[in-house]
Design a protein around this ligand. Structure first.
Ligand code: HDE
Length: 707
């Protein structure tokens, strides 16, 4: 807290005229919580003992007089704040955004200006439905919220990993969330949509269909945060220096490619490692494998129609296919620093769709309009008052002079007496001037209309883009959607809800509906799906575009009898590619052979296949594995991951009933360059999808099988 300033004192260089100093999270001394070398009370009183309460005799009752006990317990009792009403489960990282300088023709936003302009960012990823302690890998939409600390003020791009949303009007948000969160009688199920109220809602509000298809697709179970796309969802209005406007959709394109888990893997991870995604991000950053995403914009003319190629740009259940408006890359975000303290940063960060900068404006999308109210409002309860912008993580990284005063948890010590403007009293305390340059001025817009609770007719098409999405996917991805619908509806108790959702599916794709109905043991109803859609190749995750191998993880199965020189070489060679190799052995400690020693990273009891993108068996390893190792290898095989062995290590694969050859199975005599290169090529492909078990369908709409 800055000391009170006398009238004749100069403000510190980084202070606004009110004296409120702009500080960053790194200014830990500001909190006066971890200074000095001795334990103290919150008042700074040194404490010789914090393990024993003050009692009337060593076996007597505790004295009310014990102020230290009371302070310690009282503070503890109030350590929790309300979790976010949605997106409670999240993880975040700091980073930097660098402009490519390619957006300046459409926006005057300084952070998108000159090539090379750098802006600090804080990005929080989240699931929507689960509580703060729920599992990372549940089937759900993921939040992708980025705070840009720009020189012109903070800009928040509060997006998701899917380009569309369940509802068209924000007034329905409490309803969809009540339906999707655990049911209120028993608070079951946690963090998932596979239950009656969710399917009741989405089958009654068919505008949700497109988003439901994204959730049931592989996008609902991302492999990691680093392999997720992000979308601003709504249409934004960008304004350039000449005042010309365009309508845009924001996209984040992960440099590592777009990859997902398979359903069984997601379920195993939810039990074995509920922190799967946050651990992956934190470990990756710590190991120097930073997360990278390019920001892109689809630019559409702002011609007064708010539509483009027949697509209503104000309807958040619709996307604009990339084939109609290419995604132009305008910059790159690199997440390169883990938070120091989860609560201070990740939990207390407050995003707000109304945090805009000159050059970025909103549109009339009725979902976006409701959000503009909600994000500020929710912080009042969650962060306990109106001063949450003073929390270190929420402070702008530019001067602030807001003329806001007082309120709960006020931590600025404002000087002067005239907290209004203009004023003639605080003489040498000049009140802030109007920003004649660089101020935020909305582009003048004509607003005219009759007050009605109604929506345009164009919002009535609930199915055609769901059909387009489904038919744009590869056969493997389509199979996954069939399986996901069959699983989720199979968890629904009410027959009427299943039947109603089948009717929705019948209006999207007849064959899909037939397959799901067969899985549920119900007749397939007849619908009227649109006859013709133009598929959008950009919506499919397969075929995989070769991405970087860095950031991938392999497990090397070895024991005391293994070729430890080969193990050491593989660890070294893969590390050079940015791949983390962990050694898995029957017991912990060190594997020793002669003078060579290899530290065991995982035992067969602590390792599980889900952690690895590939498993490799070392030569010399006992070919009679324990059951856990067999399960691990079989899971990796079922999940289409790369499997490899050198020398007689292949015997262990055989013992686990893994075929001796086939897609994604790499065997070699020795660890050499060729072996590492083949392993790396398999990793880059993410999975050997050719091994995927096929759902019972002969029909393949998209040019047959995996393309
Ligand atoms: Fe949110 N949303 N939302 N949302 N949302 C919140 O804000 C809300 C919507 C999104 O990591 C809340 O601080 C309404 C769409 C993310 O802290 C709350 C509506 C999209 C996050 C809220 C929507 C999102 C939130 C809860 C419909 C994608 C997590 C706590 C009108 C474009 C941000 C909070 C973080 C969080 C309201 C719809 C994304 C209650 C009313 C569409 C990523 O204010």
């Amino acid at each position: 807290m800055p000391p009170p300033r006398k009238r004749d004192q100069k403000a510190p260089a980084n202070a606004g005229p009110t004296g409120a100093v702009n500080r960053r999270v790194s200014d830990v001394d500001d909190a006066r919580a971890q200074t000095g070398t001795h334990l103290t009370t919150a008042q700074g009183l040194r404490l010789p003992d914090t393990d024993h309460s003050l009692k009337a005799g060593s076996r007597g009752p505790t004295l009310l007089e014990d102020f230290h006990l009371r302070e310690k317990i009282t503070h503890f009792d109030h350590e929790r704040i309300p979790e976010r009403v949605v997106h409670a489960r999240g993880a975040a990282a700091h980073g930097v955004f660098e402009s490519y300088g390619t957006a300046s023709s459409v926006t005057k936003a300084a952070f998108l200006g000159k090539k090379g302009t750098k802006t600090e960012v804080f990005t929080r990823f989240s699931t929507v439905l689960g509580s703060r302690g729920s599992a990372d890998t549940v089937r759900d939409t993921r939040g992708f919220a980025v705070k840009f600390y720009t020189d012109e003020g903070t800009f928040d791009l509060v997006g998701n990993n899917m380009p569309v949303f369940f509802i068209q009007d924000g007034i329905k948000f409490p309803d969809i969330i009540h339906a999707a969160k655990p049911q209120p009688d028993r608070e079951i199920p946690q963090a998932q949509s596979a239950h009656d109220t969710f399917w009741d809602f989405v089958s009654l509000h068919t505008e949700a269909t497109h988003h439901v298809f994204w959730n049931m697709s592989d996008r609902g179970i991302p492999r990691s945060f680093r392999t997720m796309e992000g979308f601003g969802v709504h249409t934004f209005r960008l304004v350039n220096a000449s005042g010309e406007t365009s309508l845009v959709k924001f996209h984040w394109k992960p440099v590592a490619g777009v990859h997902s888990l398979v359903w069984e893997e997601a379920q195993i991870a939810a039990g074995c490692d509920p922190d799967f995604h946050r651990r992956d991000m934190a470990d990756g950053i710590e190991a120097g494998a930073y997360l990278e995403y390019e920001l892109g914009i689809q630019v559409m003319p702002d011609d007064g129609t708010d539509s483009f190629e027949g697509i209503d740009l104000l309807d958040p259940t619709k996307l604009v296919p990339e084939e109609l408006a290419v995604v132009q890359l305008v910059g790159k975000m690199t997440l390169n620093r883990n938070p120091t303290n989860y609560f201070a940063e990740t939990e207390q960060v407050a995003f707000h769709t109304g945090n805009l900068v000159p050059g970025v404006e909103v549109t009339n999308d009725p979902l976006m309009q409701a959000r503009l109210f909600s994000y500020l409002d929710t912080q009042l309860t969650r962060l306990g008052g109106p001063n949450f912008t003073q929390l270190p993580i929420n402070r702008p990284h530019c001067p602030v002079n807001d003329m806001l005063r007082d309120g709960m948890h006020q931590s600025a010590v404002h000087t002067g007496v005239a907290a209004y403007r203009p004023n003639s009293i605080d003489g040498d305390e000049p009140c802030p001037a109007d920003a004649s340059e660089g101020g935020y001025v909305q582009v003048p817009r004509v607003i005219d209309g009759t007050a009605v609770r109604a929506q345009p007719a164009s919002f009535d098409d609930h199915f055609s883009q769901a059909t387009m999405f489904y038919r744009s996917l590869s056969a493997v991805e389509q199979d996954h959607i069939v399986e996901a619908f069959t699983f989720e509806l199979g968890k629904v108790y009410e027959q009427a809800i299943k039947e109603r959702e089948l009717l929705v599916l019948a209006n999207v794709d007849t064959d899909l509906c037939r397959q799901v109905a067969a899985g549920l043991g119900l007749p397939a109803p007849k619908g009227e799906p649109v006859a013709e859609v133009t598929p959008s190749a950009a919506l499919a995750q397969l075929p995989v575009k070769e991405g970087p191998v860095a950031g991938r993880k392999i497990g090397i199965i070895a024991d005391a009898g293994s070729d430890l020189a080969g193990v050491a070489r593989l660890v070294k060679d893969t590390a050079a590619l940015g791949v983390t190799a962990l050694v898995i052995a029957p017991v912990g400690g060190t594997l020793k052979s002669g003078r060579r020693q290899i530290v065991v990273d995982r035992t067969s009891a602590t390792a599980r296949s889900i952690e690895f993108d590939a498993l490799v068996v070392a030569a010399g390893t006992d070919p009679n594995p324990d059951l856990k190792t067999v399960v691990m290898l079989q899971e990796a095989f079922r999940h289409c991951k790369a499997l490899a062995a050198w020398g007689d290590g292949a015997g262990l694969l055989k013992a686990a009933k893994i075929p001796g050859k086939g897609p994604g199975i790499e065997l070699a005599d020795d660890v050499d360059k060729d072996f590492t290169a083949r392993l790396s090529a398999a990793l880059v492909l993410h999975r050997a999808w050719e091994r995927a078990p096929r759902a019972g369908t002969a029909r393949r709409r998209n040019s047959g099988g995996v393309r």
